[in-house]
Design a protein around this ligand. Structure first.
Ligand code: ARG
Ligand code: ZN
Length: 849
């Protein structure tokens, strides 16, 4: 069936549902192409609602039977649901529908993955399971019976009873339908237990396909750490007798926080040293924490409507970042988060898909699970905490949990809690939720008679449908250093509220060196003219680890821009300053590895746009290559020492310490490979006993043009392991010469292991091309054509993943007229398809504008 004509939904149109749902009873009779879902739902009129329109969402359902208070009825069926005249009193509505999980390739609703039944209901997937008011402000208590010839049958809440071929579950916590989940399959569990701080035992399980049992231990430890951390830091206990996690191979996103039954993309939970890199381990730990933390921020307190998505996602990302900072290194986590924020959110905020953290309209909500809602949403929480202080933040959060437990809440509720807990007026802060775009913060300095004055100006470029922006509250954390390196003014938070504002510091005997926006205290682009000497000075002396790193990053960026714009040679000041950091064994190896990183091709392209230039992807790539080569040469005496010194001899542990050492050694290896043609990388590849070492070496070999043997060997060694083979696909593409990246990708789509039905594999291949700007933006247009070909093929099967990957084109207006024309051709080709999904059409139309 074709989608109904797409409708735009507006925040301002919110109306409560006309009925309250007192209870939901569901029976599932599982069968691959003919699953029956029998529902019995108790409704009563909602006194708070204006309308009594009894409309239930339902899509792709075959209605078998409907009853109102036991009597057969014939509801009016529409393309998006059903409508019925109902009494102005409590009533029970029953339906039986048939659905086909096996043919559900969209991976939304009830579907099958490798013979296993599973669900994904957020945001609006439940309507593909049965007729229901599928909106987050309708919360109810669910009882679920599952019938199916499978050993493991799971749903939300606590198990009630089970027998051969059936199981019953009851979830005592009222929840919206998007948190419903069901799993059925031949699964094995990795069990454990956790005792909450009030002494309640909880049964824990990670359920996986046979063969994956040995990849669960790390995830289980991460889960227990998360449960403990949420008790210790936020005072939040778990609230059911059991907590289940299930790994699924075919999944559109990372993971899902269904009440008591989290479902994970297997790439976000399965881990072993042989098959997972240090980065995989860290990410898995963070995602397990994220989904677990949703139990309070998302499930116990949910969202009134999907415009409030950041209420749960921004806060939960913020909480998982705090968790990772506590488990590992706080500075390393902050720097990594900012790198990601710039790569994904700034890119979004500065292009045609820019939208506020709380959007005001959408066509397809799945298109708004974005870096802006998640990552910028988390930055807003961080700014609030900085503005009110740690203690007030804690009080406000306690008030939030007390006041709104069981609610479907809004951003207004959230801010009200902070106002009540602190007495502050947050009306200006609210602009962060309603205004899209990344503010530019420029700064000028003055020093006279012992007084040092910083003057800031903020402005935000226009974004789609928001031509004019009002000034926002910006917390600017500043410290001042003396020229000898002593800190004369420790970190102070300046609260900027005007478009232009000055802050003075008295009693300074000499002109200080400012360290501005410490800890990246606001998601803005700082524009400040300064000297190489000052950047190098801060890289050496700043007491704030983020700004220390940032100074090195700015030095690298300025030098690269100079190389790109003026064909300058690599900047000696940068090479000297970086060498000093890398050499300094007193500094954290993880920090030094981060310092060796360079701005991304995308960051540089945006920086060029901000300078009024048209970026040339090839020139950017070339400048990065030249700088890396120059760095390798500059450090040629140091690299072998660093490489040898940071080899880890102890048994593999994916902890902060070991992974920091490996990151530094592998950063050294990447440079060494430019000097020795990959000889050391080949040795490491051959000797590697963990994936971090093996994959790093594989990348170096490919980049040195010596990857042929390793490509074969890697495949032979890992062809049985889908998650490792994803890495094999990606690595060949991201390390390819930009002239060949599209051809390498095209060839890999013909590999027998390529399938577009598995989102991980599709992303590992086409997504990898999209992430390689010089290859994707090849002047021939072959990268664009290839991606468009595959998006067109994937769309009928999986609109969500297709729509998401359209963002590869979001930067197109940056480029020259030829590239723009090539991209426009592809976008128009996609738009011409009249059966195009609502998801993809919305994305491409927004981009094409
Ligand atoms: N709530 C999930 C998380 O962030 C994301 C699920 C989104 N899924 C979707 N199809 N939009 O943890
Ligand atoms: Zn989330």
């Amino acid at each position: 069936m074709k989608d109904a004509a797409p409708q735009t939904i507006y925040l301002s149109d919110y109306q409560p549902f006309g009925f309250i749902v007192d209870s939901v009873h569901l029976t599932f009779r599982l069968a691959p192409t003919a699953t029956r879902v029998i529902s019995r739902i108790a409704f009563r009129p909602n006194p708070a609602a204006q309308s009594r329109d009894f409309f239930l969402h339902g899509e792709q359902l075959s209605l078998i039977d409907a009853k109102l208070d036991g009597a057969a009825v014939s509801p009016e069926l529409t393309p998006t649901g059903l409508r019925l005249d109902v009494p102005d009193a409590p009533f029970v509505f029953e339906t039986e529908v048939e659905i086909s999980p096996e043919t559900n390739t969209a991976l939304e609703g009830l579907y099958m993955s490798n013979g296993m039944y599973c669900t994904q209901c957020e945001a609006e997937g439940f309507r593909k399971i049965t007729y229901y008011p599928d909106r987050p402000d309708v919360m109810s208590v669910f009882t679920v019976r599952i019938e199916g010839d499978l050993p493991v049958l799971l749903s939300n809440g606590n198990p009630v009873a089970q027998g051969d071929g059936w199981a019953e579950w009851h979830d005592p916590w009222p929840k919206p339908a998007y948190l419903f989940a069901l799993v059925g399959g031949e699964l094995l569990n990795h069990p454990d237990t956790f005792t909450t701080k009030s002494g309640k035992p909880v049964e824990l399980n990670i359920w996986v396909r046979p063969g994956d049992e040995d990849k669960c231990a790390f995830g289980m430890e991460a889960l227990k750490k998360s449960m403990k951390w949420d008790e210790d830091v936020y005072g939040r206990e778990y609230d059911l007798d059991i907590f289940n996690i299930v790994a699924v191979d075919d999944f559109n996103m990372g993971a899902m926080e269904n009440k008591g039954l989290n479902i994970f993309n297997s790439s976000c939970v399965l881990a072993s040293p042989d098959t997972s890199t240090d980065m995989n381990f860290e990410r898995i730990e963070a995602i397990i924490a994220h989904e677990y933390f949703h139990n309070w921020t998302g499930n116990r307190i949910t969202c009134r409507d999907w415009f409030q998505l950041c209420l749960k996602e921004g806060l939960t990302v913020f909480r998982d970042s705090q968790f990772t900072a506590d488990m590992r290194s706080a500075p390393v986590k902050r720097i990594s988060d900012v790198i990601q924020l710039r790569a994904r959110q700034f890119r979004e905020d500065n292009g045609p898909l820019a939208h506020p953290v709380r959007p005001e309209s959408f066509v397809e909500i799945n298109n708004f699970y974005t870096a802006t809602v998640y990552e910028k949403g988390a930055e807003l929480i961080g700014m609030l905490k900085t503005l009110v202080g740690d203690e007030a933040y804690e009080n406000a959060l306690n008030l939030y949990f007390d006041r709104h437990d069981g609610d479907a809440a809004t951003i207004e509720d959230w801010l009200q809690v902070f106002e009540d807990a602190t007495g502050r007026d947050l009306s200006q802060f609210k602009r962060w939720y309603s205004q899209a775009g990344t503010p530019r913060l420029s700064v000028s300095e003055e020093y006279a008679d012992g007084t040092y004055t910083l003057t800031f100006r903020q402005s935000t470029p226009p974004t789609p449908s928001q031509p004019v922006k009002d000034p926002r509250v910006i917390p600017i954390a500043v410290g001042l250093l003396n020229p000898n390196g002593d800190e004369v003014v420790p970190t102070t938070v300046l609260e900027m509220t005007e478009a232009e504002q000055s802050f003075a510091f008295d009693g300074l005997a000499v002109r200080p060196v400012p360290s501005i926006l410490r800890g990246f205290s606001a998601p803005v682009i700082l524009q400040r003219d300064t000297t190489n000497e000052e950047r190098a000075f801060l890289l050496a002396h700043d007491t704030d680890p983020f700004n220390k790193w940032e100074s090195g990053r700015a030095l690298a960026r300025d030098g690269l821009l100079h190389m790109i714009r003026d064909s300058a040679a690599p900047d000696m000041a940068y090479l000297e300053a970086l060498t000093a950091v890398v050499r300094d064994d007193a500094q954290d190896p993880a920090f030094r590895a981060l310092a060796m990183g360079l701005p991304s091709q995308d960051d540089l392209a945006q920086a060029l746009v901000d300078l009024g230039e048209i970026p040339d992807p090839q020139a950017i790539w070339q400048a990065l290559e030249t700088l890396r080569q120059a760095t390798a040469q500059h450090m040629q005496d140091l690299l072998p020492r660093i490489y040898a010194q940071y080899q880890v001899d102890a048994p593999f542990q994916p902890d902060a310490e070991q992974s920091g050492a490996r990151a530094l050694a592998n950063a050294a290896l990447a440079l060494l490979s430019r000097l020795d043609g990959g000889a050391q990388a080949q040795k490491q590849y051959d000797a590697a006993d963990n994936m971090t070492q093996q994959l790093a070496a594989f990348g170096c070999l490919l980049s040195a043009g010596k990857g042929q043997a390793a490509t074969k060997a890697f495949y032979e060694r890992w062809k049985h392991d889908r998650l490792v083979i994803d890495k094999w696909f990606t690595m060949q593409i991201v390390q390819a010469d930009p002239d060949q990246a599209a051809d390498v990708t095209a060839a890999l789509t013909q590999h027998p292991d390529f399938t577009m039905k598995n989102p991980n594999r599709f992303r590992a291949t086409l997504g990898a091309l999209a992430m390689s700007p010089a290859g994707f933006h090849h002047a021939s247009g072959k990268g664009y054509a290839l991606l468009a070909d595959w998006l067109i093929q994937l769309d009928p099967l999986n609109p969500q993943t297709t729509a998401r990957m359209c963002s590869a084109f979001e930067t197109w207006r940056r480029y020259d007229a030829d590239r723009q024309a090539l991209i426009a051709t592809q976008l128009d080709r996609i738009l011409e398809i009249d059966t195009l999904s609502r998801d993809t059409r919305e994305m491409v139309e927004r981009i094409r504008k």
